[in-house]
Design a protein around this ligand. Structure first.
Ligand SMILES: [Zn+2]
Length: 370
């Protein structure tokens, strides 16, 4: 999923809308006004029907947001920072900074969302009851009651990445004490659920419900993808358990003065290291990293004039890591901040360089050596 547009904050949490959300918002508003309310609010003027459709659509997405805020606030209460909440065409997602560290935490965060949805279902249904005389209002409230009920129940399906899958994982984790096994089990049921959606989608397409079928298939593929990456992530974590950065990092990188031209570097220093990664030290600037990627961006005829320090990627203090950090933490940081390489620094001394390729290489070697 690409970047979402950050619009405002609630309780300090940035709320964003993905471009795909605007399409689904227009689609829902249109189908509410043109379909649902066209018959149930026929006594209203044309503009009134559309205003009601718009308001109901906004309240629906407000409900999705409330569901995510439920997860987010419980995460914050458990001292897990929440980076953002985004709404997109399949719903909402609250991005938390780290995975829960105990089953109880995971359970509380996971259950909070469906609880909010079920509470909202109750509230909207009660509002539908009391506004019985105004039938168009009652129609809007009972629609919102139904979708919130659906939102709560759907999310309780016990397959990862749905909330129910997280609850299942928390339960297995609690019973067995094994986070890895629990994740594997929850992502297995998640895959089953996803295949169920895809199967039902295909069935619907062949029995004449084209749009509904495609929609179901979409949801299935989305869930399948997330369940798969959760399982892969858990396997990676399992394999890298107890491995520190200094066991994986490369110590074998040449360090070159900042004044070196790219020409000199390529002609005389490339043989020093097959990975083509250089540490550039300069007395005026903090050190930086230069890789073949930066060098090849410079046109060939300029290589004799451009110096290493001019094209190196200088790093900030935040983009470095100490040798005793767990590799998995380093890897998460690289993924989060979109870093390919990270200098390993002990005090002021550069000890080595860690790259994602090295981690992959390390895993391959370990698998081959058994
Ligand atoms: Zn949820």
């Amino acid at each position: 999923m690409g970047k979402s547009i950050k619009l405002f904050r609630i309780g300090g949490i940035p709320i964003g809308l993905h471009p795909s959300w605007f399409i689904i918002f227009l689609f829902l508003t249109y189908s509410l006004a043109n379909g649902y309310f066209a018959t149930r609010a026929a006594e209203l003027p044309f503009a009134g029907i559309w205003a009601l459709g718009l308001a109901t659509s906004l309240l629906f997405f407000g409900s999705v947001l409330a569901h995510e805020l439920g997860h987010a606030f419980v995460a914050l209460r458990n001292k897990i920072p929440v980076k953002s909440i985004s709404l997109f065409f399949l719903g909402g997602v609250a991005e938390i900074d780290r995975e829960p560290s105990a089953p109880g935490e995971e359970f509380r965060i996971a259950i909070a969302g469906p609880m909010v949805s079920l509470t909202l279902a109750l509230i909207f249904n009660s509002l539908a009851q009391v506004s019985g005389d105004l039938s168009y209002l009652s129609a809007a409230f009972s629609y919102l009651g139904r979708v919130n009920l659906l939102l709560g129940v759907f999310n309780l399906i016990p397959g990862f990445p749905m909330d129910g899958g997280r609850i299942l994982r928390a339960a297995i984790w609690k019973i067995t004490g094994d986070h890895f096994r629990a994740t594997q089990a929850a992502s297995f049921t998640g895959r089953l659920v996803a295949f169920g959606f895809i199967g039902y989608g295909v069935f619907s397409v062949f029995t004449g419900n084209l749009m509904g079928g495609i929609w179901m298939g979409f949801i299935g593929l989305f869930l399948l993808n997330l369940a798969g990456s959760a399982s892969a992530q858990a396997k990676l974590q399992h394999k890298l358990q107890g491995v520190r950065v200094d066991q994986v990092m490369s110590r074998n990188y040449p360090s070159v003065p900042g004044e070196t031209t790219l020409e000199q570097l390529v002609v005389s220093r490339l043989g020093d290291n097959s990975q083509g990664t250089f540490l550039v030290v300069d007395h005026e600037k903090p050190p930086g990293i230069l890789t073949l990627r930066e060098i090849t961006k410079v046109p060939r005829h300029l290589w004799s004039r451009i110096k290493a320090k001019e094209v190196m990627k200088s790093w900030e203090r935040s983009a470095q890591i100490s040798p005793d950090t767990p590799v998995i933490t380093a890897l998460e940081k690289m993924e989060r901040d979109d870093l390919r390489l990270m200098p390993v620094v002990d005090g002021l001394q550069v000890m080595g360089i860690l790259s994602r390729e090295q981690v992959r290489h390390y895993l391959r070697l370990r698998t081959e050596l058994g």
